[in-house]
Design a protein around this ligand. Sequence first.
Ligand SMILES: Nc1nc2c(ncn2[C@@H]2O[C@H](COP(=O)(O)OP(=O)(O)OP(=O)(O)O)[C@@H](O)[C@H]2O)c(=O)[nH]1
Ligand SMILES: [Mg+2]
Length: 294
Amino acid sequence: MKVGNVSIVGRPNVGKSTLTNALIGLKVAITSDKPQTTRNNIRGIYNDEDSQIVFLDTPGIHKPKSKLGKYLNKSSYSSLDEADLVLFMVNAKEKLGTGDEFVLEKVKEANKPIFLIINKVDLIKKEDLIGIINEYNELYKFDEIIPISALKEKNIEELIKTIKDYLPEGERIYDEDEYVDKPVKFLVQELIREKVLRKTNEEVPHAVTVVVENYEENKTSVHINALVIVERESLKKILVGHSGTMIKEIGIDARKDIEELVNKRVYLELLVKTVNNWRDRDKYLTEFGLTEEE
Ligand SMILES: Nc1nc2c(ncn2[C@@H]2O[C@H](COP(=O)(O)OP(=O)(O)OP(=O)(O)O)[C@@H](O)[C@H]2O)c(=O)[nH]1
Ligand SMILES: [Mg+2]
């Protein structure tokens, strides 16, 4: 049996979380077209008859402008220590840039096998792929180069098959029915945050945090009260929307996903607050470094 940890790293927005979900076959990580969607390393556990692979979805590595940015990068770097293999992911649609090179330098330091994963090949012409591969080939001698489309689930099985060749023999660590290392409450918070990111524009920065304050479950339903916490009054206005329409839509979308997750009827109540009038303000600020720094 092949068992091991595979870390997925790359710049923000290249599709790491989309790939994680495609690999596991369930939604374990939230995705959006906004950079820095992922904030914590998330382990998605893949099982089949002859392997157990723990995929680590990580925050996008970028040039940090805030404490939050540094915290996100640190989280990604830490994933490299425990990895048996690293998937260095890039976007086929974007030219190789200093951002990718920066990530690669970090990955190289870990001294693990590195696969170059060229994602979003559904967005390019087939004949352009070879040029892209050549360009990356000059940069580093990757152990494997695998073009995929995480969104269209192209070449995912091939990727899993190749990964297995690089993993050590071992015994399963997680139960076979376990597919993510996070509690339901965390997943619920993330699903709500995903809807916030998807519904709003650039003006709503990533200084949005969701906290489930109350989670009551009975045989057929779940009642959830959650806070959506933002940094400024102006952001709160945007999130609440005209006579509460925005937050209502966010709630409706989130509820659908949560119902799928828990397989029960969900009653979801959302409350938008600014960080200043939230009692756990200090804990929040330290944890997410949300004060402007530079
Ligand atoms: N066309 C296309 N879009 C993709 C593909 N994979 C991901 N995307 C889109 O790219 C955007 C970013 O995807 P994510 O999976 O959230 O990216 P990420 O690398 O996890 O981003 P961070 O968590 O911010 O670092 C989303 O809008 C996805 O739908 C793909 O193969 N093809
Ligand atoms: Mg992500």
